[in-house]
Design a binder for this molecule. Structure first.
Ligand code: THU
Length: 136
């Protein structure tokens, strides 16, 4: 699975977004080390707080299927599903990534399957708090 294919999977996932309040549609595609792709979309809620981001949907699907090791995630998003710019993951999603991924985990943010940037998790969450801080 190359980056272009993973971005395509994120665009497909974005079509499933449930975002009636913000109208921001977000899609993510997470590649596990086992080679399986887990897709995710944002799922909003009338009470706002229970809303789940696309990236966390993908991670929680994967972890609940027994996956623990990941290579990279592609993320796309935009108002009404129109992707005009890079959609950067929120701080909560970066923290969830840090629970399961090392600093070299790749975060691919895309405008299209031909126009994307790749960041490492350590670039997006420097000096983060992780399980290494509370375990021996
Ligand atoms: N959202 C995501 O899906 N991922 C992020 O990293 C940030 C925000 C969603 C949540 C909400 O449904 C919409 O984008 C607007 O905040």
């Amino acid at each position: 699975m190359n980056n272009k294919e993973l971005v395509k999977a994120a665009f497909d996932a974005m079509q499933k977004a449930y975002a009636p309040y913000s109208c921001y549609k977000v899609g993510a595609a997470l590649l596990s080390k086992s080679g399986t792709v887990y897709s995710g979309c944002n799922v909003e809620n009338a009470a706002y707080g229970p809303t789940n981001c696309a990236e966390r949907t993908a991670f929680f699907k994967a972890v609940s299927e027994g996956e623990r090791e990941f290579l990279k995630i592609a993320i796309v998003g935009g108002k009404n599903g129109n992707v005009n710019d890079l959609f950067m993951p929120c701080g909560v999603c970066r923290q969830v990534m840090a629970e399961f991924c090392d600093g070299d985990f790749e975060v691919i943010v895309a405008r299209s399957t031909d126009d994307f940037s790749v960041f490492t998790l350590s670039e997006l969450l420097p000096y983060g708090f992780s399980k290494s801080n509370i375990t021996e």
